[in-house]
Design a protein around this ligand. Structure first.
Ligand SMILES: [Zn+2]
Length: 423
């Protein structure tokens, strides 16, 4: 298709300097026209990801990247530490390289990561999910205490800025899945007191008070109690996270909330049709709300063809969990299923397609980064771990975005929402 060649041309070379940026902007314009002409065949763009070539990080991109920092909306290192290293930083000392993880300190530093919401995820079917979530919060606090020269606990935007001034990585706590409040507002308040600063309303499964994106819709969105949860989060200054919830739940939450919301790790549905991704009408509502959609890097969410092949993955997970009790047995069964049902990895180009789509629909003030590292099985080419974020800066530069715009995507928008919605 013609559009693939245009995209290939604009993305293959690392451009530097103002003249080159003008060329990039013009080429981007052509690509937009080609994109409109080729509407409905977006998947062909990604099918040609391999043809789009490797992104090479220039000195200019490195400079722009180092003037800001990455504020990652979602990193699952705590769950990986629990399941792969028995929650022991002796077994997996992230001060040095831990190649089997996506995340360790040398690579966080290399990637220019300055703030992270550490996810205190526990699976939706966990018995004692509140207690397990509290253990995961304790694990994040233990990590911050163990590496005090690198991490600082952050509860609000001022804390993030203070950590940055001290050269440390601001560490925030994000709860993934409202199942862990066990239908109790007091439990929600308890998690907030322990330092949690966002909560994803659901994980993969529909709750008694909210529909998930990847399960049966039982309530048409939020129930009355679900709306109460949102209002209580607003009152506490805890960010409402709409990743994983159904479009109806997104709409209900956006109607009820008085503060900007986040999608801590979600990509764009028009680019890759997966139920975990955000539809265009919700992107527009999020812009009106002042919120931010932080793009997930998982190959099965960002690559159009892979998204189709992974559309039922949460149903498969549920079946495998039921058939193979215990985390180790489930994981082995899941790896077997993934090997039998392979998907394409996609690349940094696909991830930037999602960022650019959200910019076009919602605006430059409403997009961020939500990698989902250490929570995802397959990563795009050139975005293998937390050291690779400068490639996104380079690719945004290649597509004609300037330093101010790139800084908003990397951290500015996430910090703005935390300042407005947090306390
Ligand atoms: Zn998730």
């Amino acid at each position: 298709m013609g559009s693939t060649r245009v995209c290939g041309t604009r993305d293959r070379v690392s451009l530097t300097g103002p003249a080159a940026r003008r060329i990039a902007a013009v080429t981007m314009g052509l690509a937009v026209v080609a994109g409109i002409m080729a509407s409905g065949i977006r998947s062909s763009m990604s099918a040609a990801a391999a043809e789009r070539g490797k992104v090479v990080v220039s000195d200019e991109a490195r400079r722009i990247h180092s003037q800001t920092y990455v504020f990652d909306g979602h990193n699952d290192l705590p769950w990986t530490m629990r399941t792969e290293a028995g929650s022991s930083f002796d077994k997996a000392d992230i001060a040095g390289p831990v190649p089997k993880f996506h995340t360790d300190l040398p690579r966080l530093r290399q990637g220019g990561v300055g703030a992270v919401y550490w996810s205190v995820y526990v699976p939706a079917d966990t018995r004692q999910s509140l207690l397990t979530t509290i253990e995961q919060i304790e694990l994040v606090r233990a990590m911050v205490a163990r590496y005090p020269n690198d991490f600082a606990l952050a509860l609000n935007a001022d804390d993030v800025e203070a950590a940055r001034k001290a050269g440390k990585i601001a560490s925030l706590i994000g709860v993934e899945g409202g199942h862990c409040i066990e239908d109790s507002l007091e439990n929600l308040r308890r998690l907030h007191r322990l330092g949690a600063r966002y909560m994803t309303l659901t994980h993969s499964d529909t709750l008694a008070w909210a529909d998930a994106a990847t399960d049966e819709a039982k309530h048409g969105g939020l129930t009355a109690f679900g709306e109460e949860v949102v209002r209580e989060m607003n009152r506490l200054g805890m960010l409402v996270d709409l990743s994983h919830v159904s479009p109806e739940t997104m709409r209900d939450a956006l109607r009820v909330t008085t503060a900007p919301v986040i999608f801590s790790h979600s990509s764009a549905r028009s680019v890759a049709d997966h139920p975990r991704n955000v539809p265009d009408d919700i992107l527009k509502l999020t812009a009106a709300n002042g919120g931010v959609v932080m793009v997930n890097f998982f190959s099965g969410f960002i690559h159009p063809e892979s998204a189709k092949r992974r559309a039922n993955m949460f149903q498969v997970n549920r079946e495998l969990r039921a058939k193979h009790p215990g985390e180790a047995a489930f994981k082995a069964a899941k790896l077997r299923w993934e090997a039998e049902n392979p998907i394409q990895a996609g690349s940094v180009h696909d991830v930037v397609d999602h960022i650019e789509h959200i910019i076009r629909v919602a605006g430059i003030d409403h997009v961020g980064i939500g990698s989902d590292y250490d929570g995802i099985g397959k990563t795009p080419e050139q975005l293998e771990d937390v050291s690779t974020f400068p490639k996104i800066t380079q690719e945004l530069l290649n597509r004609g975005y300037n330093a101010d715009q790139i800084h908003k995507v990397m951290s500015g928008n996430a910090l703005r929402v935390l300042r407005k919605a947090g306390k």
